[in-house]
Ligand binder design. Structure first.
Ligand SMILES: Nc1ncnc2c1ncn2[C@@H]1O[C@H](COP(=O)(O)OP(=O)(O)OP(=O)(O)O)[C@@H](O)[C@H]1O
Ligand SMILES: [Mg+2]
Length: 323
């Protein structure tokens, strides 16, 4: 995407999402993250399991009430919407869920699953029109109209994810949080689903927040990538810049773990091991969350949270040592 047409669609400012864990305390799943998503782009969000990616996506969409901070969609704070405005946002912003097995109601037909959003938003009210639209959506995602009368258990994982995509598209959204849409699928199917999402983005002008823990995959489809570590965004840059010039020690370690398709280069590459203990997000205080695993960490790193700062144009990083 060229710089000229950068128009902010979603502005996340100091967003926090804490969960209260009985007898244990406060789990800081997302702890003060800020980022923008531009119209028509794909922002990738990567990080290890449990670092807060899904929570981030769900809080942005209002599926979890925000603990602190704001989320603005087209300039409107969507964390404090009244009924009518809430509908306005929910129609525009959809989610494709991480687990295609758990996210489809097993007692509903595929047609009814897709129609649910249309019903909620009063779209395609004429039964014939609605049926035609459901069939069209099934075709768009690579299924066929006969599938409308079947139930989710009759489908493979890849097909279920296509149903999840059709459901998200049913309300003609502008923005979709794609939460690891391919991680539960066979490798052979993954590329098909990614290609479908890329094609739909191009044809429908969609904007994506694309969550993944596989850095090599987001590289190909993201314009920019944010790297999360235990509730914080530690680095954010254009995809190209992040891969060519990673700055944060965590990003460097993640990148070094990606296999290189060239056997000669793969043999000689240096993998930066992630050592040390992974901290707990429960009751954690200030300090860099990565400090316990970082061989460069100083006292300051353990006691003061580094802010995400711009280190070069459009490249942001949160690290005391390199800022
Ligand atoms: N509803 C909840 N109640 C309490 N804790 C939660 C809830 N949802 C998530 N968490 C906790 O918040 C942290 C972040 O979880 P989240 O699911 O956002 O991680 P993730 O990055 O999406 O991981 P994965 O890659 O495994 O999907 C974890 O420690 C998790 O246990
Ligand atoms: Mg997740």
């Amino acid at each position: 995407m060229s710089k000229e047409n950068k128009e902010v669609l979603l502005h996340v400012d100091h967003m926090k999402k804490y969960f209260s864990i009985r007898n244990k305390g406060i789990l800081k799943a997302v702890d003060d993250v800020s980022f923008d998503i531009y119209k028509g782009e794909t922002l990738g969000l990567v990080g290890e399991s449990g670092c807060g990616k899904t929570t981030c996506g769900r809080t942005v969409l209002g599926l979890y009430p925000i603990t602190e901070g704001t989320v603005e969609y087209e300039g409107k704070d969507v964390t404090k919407l009244q009924k009518n405005d809430e509908k306005w946002f929910k129609k525009r912003a959809q989610m494709i869920f991480q687990d295609p097995y758990a996210s489809l109601n097993p007692r509903m037909t595929v047609g009814d699953i897709i129609a649910e959003g249309m019903e909620n938003f009063g779209l395609y009210k004429d039964p014939e029109e609605r049926k035609a639209r459901i069939h069209e959506l099934l075709q768009i995602v690579g299924l066929n109209k006969e599938h409308a009368s079947r139930f989710p258990h009759e489908f493979s994982g890849g097909q279920r994810q296509r149903i999840g995509i059709a459901r998200a598209l049913a309300v003609d959204p502008e923005f979709i949080v794609c939460d690891e849409p391919i991680s539960a699928l066979d490798v052979s199917i993954q590329a098909q689903v990614v290609n479908l999402l890329v094609k739909l983005q191009r044809e429908l002008g969609l904007t994506y927040l694309f969550i993944a823990h596989d850095l090599s995959m987001v590289k190909h489809i993201s314009d920019r990538v944010g790297v999360m570590y235990m509730g914080h965004i530690v680095e954010l840059a254009s995809s190209k810049e992040l891969y060519a010039n990673p700055q944060h020690p965590y990003t460097k370690a993640l990148l070094s773990a990606i296999p290189i398709p060239n056997p000669e280069k793969e043999k000689n590459k240096v993998v930066l091991p992630l050592e040390g203990e992974v901290g707990s997000p429960i009751n954690c205080g200030p300090g860099c969350r990565f400090a316990s695993r970082c061989k460069h960490a100083t006292e300051k790193c353990k006691n003061e949270t580094p802010e995400l700062k711009e280190v070069s144009e459009g490249h942001y990083m949160a690290c005391h040592l390199f800022s």
